[in-house]
Design a binder for this molecule. Structure first.
Ligand code: HEC
Ligand code: HEC
Ligand code: HEC
Ligand code: HEC
Ligand code: HEC
Length: 243
């Protein structure tokens, strides 16, 4: 398949670094970039207060992600469901199970106002801005697409206990922002697990990617000069993610 994104995108880190040094204040960034361990927090898998299993609920039972993470498409946060969502089923299903004792306690007064203290797994530092809804629907009109939950969170439908599979590092964000096409899928497939695109889709995704402008994307900084040549600027758009 033709490569729309030329080889220089491989040099993205270098170009950004040079750009930053030129702009000044890049020292810290340079240190960070080269010294940071790429794999921070991958594999983090804390013990949760209730043995809730995604493999059972999202995998075997096939409950859609948005049934519980209903804010993902509308807001910055995906959110973890309140007890009430679980009780839609568990007032009937396995209602005497020992494993659901804490759930019932949380629900004891019928209002579910004693929330379960789920341990947070994915967490960016406060100085980095991330928005779920901006990723679950990108582009406009015919050029609409999405980044799937699976791309950033892995095969959640096979996990009894959720673990972090991507580093959530700055270089991870920028790698996709510099070449989003392979990570785009039709919006209807946003929560699908194990989805792969056919050739026709891959061509379309290349086209859609060309219409996008994620912060830190070098491909977005190409300009056609008056003589028709293409120039590349390393406008790294730091403030897109550091607001
Ligand atoms: C029946 C409700 C339910 C469904 C359906 C569900 N989840 Fe969850 N999800 C939860 C609960 C409860 C937690 C918090 C406990 C945990 O981490 O297991 C959670 C946690 C997560 C986390 C980790 C959050 C953190 O703390 O960083 C991710 C990522 C996630 N879910 C993604 C998904 C995806 C993707 C799907 C669809 C394939 C999905 N979930 C389907 C209830 C659900
Ligand atoms: C769409 C219905 C539905 C929702 C919503 C739902 N569950 Fe379940 N849950 C089930 C079913 C069905 C089973 C499996 C019953 C079986 O094994 O026969 C189950 C099993 C469980 C079990 C294992 C119980 C045992 O004794 O083996 C736990 C724990 C559990 N669910 C927790 C949760 C939590 C926490 C939530 C909310 C975040 C939740 N469930 C939301 C349908 C649901
Ligand atoms: C482009 C990557 C990306 C995609 C796509 C994505 N997530 Fe996330 N998710 C993240 C990052 C990064 C965080 C940590 C955010 C933070 O700390 O501000 C996160 C955090 C979460 C959390 C923890 C609580 C919260 O609200 O932040 C849940 C739950 C979650 N994601 C579920 C989902 C579900 C469900 C989908 C699909 C509908 C999805 N995510 C799609 C990157 C992604
Ligand atoms: C798998 C691909 C992918 C990953 C990983 C990813 N993004 Fe994005 N991001 C995109 C795409 C595609 C867009 C849409 C650009 C557009 O609409 O023009 C986008 C847009 C954005 C925007 C602009 C939208 C807005 O709300 O202003 C921000 C900010 C952003 N991403 C932050 C992040 C951060 C921070 C991370 C890492 C924690 C990250 N992204 C990881 C693909 C990705
Ligand atoms: C696509 C989003 C994105 C863009 C664009 C971006 N960053 Fe970041 N940056 C992040 C994320 C996410 C982190 C946190 C990574 C982590 O926790 O491992 C981060 C971390 C950093 C840190 C590390 C701070 C510390 O205490 O470790 C510095 C410094 C930084 N960024 C500077 C920059 C500069 C300068 C630019 C512009 C050249 C830039 N960033 C562009 C997402 C972005």
């Amino acid at each position: 398949m033709a490569q729309i994104f030329p080889r220089w995108t491989n040099q993205a880190p270098t170009l950004i670094l040079v750009g930053t040094l030129v702009l000044g204040g890049g020292g810290t960034f340079g240190m960070y970039w080269w010294a940071s361990p790429y794999n921070t927090d991958v594999g983090y898998k804390p013990v949760q207060p209730i043995e809730y299993s995604h493999k059972l609920h999202a995998g075997e039972l096939g409950v859609d992600c948005r049934y519980c993470h209903s804010y993902a498409e509308r807001s910055a946060f995906a959110g973890v469901p309140p007890t009430a969502t679980c009780m839609n089923c568990h007032t009937q299903v396995k209602k005497d199970s020992q494993k659901l004792k804490k759930l019932r306690e949380s629900w004891a007064d019928g209002k579910g106002d004693k929330p379960i203290e789920w341990v947070r797994i994915h967490k960016l530092p406060d100085f980095a801005f991330f928005n779920h809804s901006a990723h679950l629907g990108v582009g406009v009109g015919e050029n609409r697409a999405a980044v799937g939950c699976e791309t950033c969170h892995g095969r959640i439908d096979t996990m009894d206990v959720v673990k972090q599979v991507q580093p959530l590092s700055m270089s991870w964000c920028l790698e996709c922002h510099s070449n989003p096409a392979p990570n785009l899928r039709p919006v209807e497939q946003v929560t699908a697990m194990g989805w792969t695109g056919d050739l026709a889709w891959r061509d379309k995704a290349q086209h859609i990617a060309g219409t996008l402008n994620p912060p830190g994307s070098l491909s977005a900084a190409q300009k056609v000069l008056p003589d028709g040549k293409l120039a590349t600027y390393s406008t790294a758009g730091c403030n897109g993610c550091h607001r």
